[in-house]
Design a protein around this ligand. Structure first.
Ligand SMILES: [Cu+2]
Length: 180
């Protein structure tokens, strides 16, 4: 191998690296897709469900899409093929789903060929009288409440902590002032 051959190979390699890096920097910003919003939204509680809608940040291809609506046992309840309209994907679900925990599990292919996957948990509560007729403690009746209770408990703990620090600080301040 001559010196010029070696130089050519090296220049070629450097050029390839620069082009490769450039593509790496440009492609993600212009083409990756991610879920912007959905209906039902994440952790939403809906009375009933006829379809799920997913809205992406980029348009998705009509091929390679799967949208499944699974119950807590993993049984699928979607019906028909997903409908694609630019950034939006709509998927029908079977009628009369029983109240409980569900999740929308999706896989879409962005316009650049990159795959985006994810899932959105939500709860079907059923009609009000229906829910009242159910035994207490079913997933539909209790879902979402633990986190609310948990967060308000933390608010109380932190409020107490701050009030305690405030009183303690005031006492120290008063004590320091007294000798003067
Ligand atoms: Cu991409």
């Amino acid at each position: 191998m001559t010196l010029s051959n070696r130089l050519t190979a090296r220049v070629g390699l450097i050029a390839a690296i620069i082009v490769g890096c450039g593509m790496f920097l440009v492609a993600p910003a212009s083409a990756h897709t991610s879920l912007l919003s959905s209906d039902p939204a994440e952790n939403a509680q809906v009375v009933s469900l006829s379809q799920v809608t997913l809205r992406f940040s980029e348009s998705v291809q009509r091929i390679g899409i799967t949208v499944r609506v699974l119950d807590s046992a993993g049984t699928a309840h979607q019906t028909g093929a997903p409908q694609v309209a630019g950034f939006m994907v709509t998927q029908g679900v079977t009628a009369g789903l029983t109240p409980g925990a569900y999740r929308t599990v999706y896989r879409v292919v962005a316009s650049d060929g990159h795959v985006a996957t994810g899932e959105v948990p939500f709860t079907i509560t059923g009609a009000i009288d229906e829910a009242a007729a159910q035994a207490p403690g079913t997933p539909a009746a209790t879902a979402g409440q633990p986190s609310k209770n948990g967060s308000s408990r933390w608010v109380m703990v932190f409020s107490g902590l701050f009030i305690g620090i405030g009183i303690g600080g005031a006492m120290v301040f008063m004590r320091n002032r007294r000798p003067q």
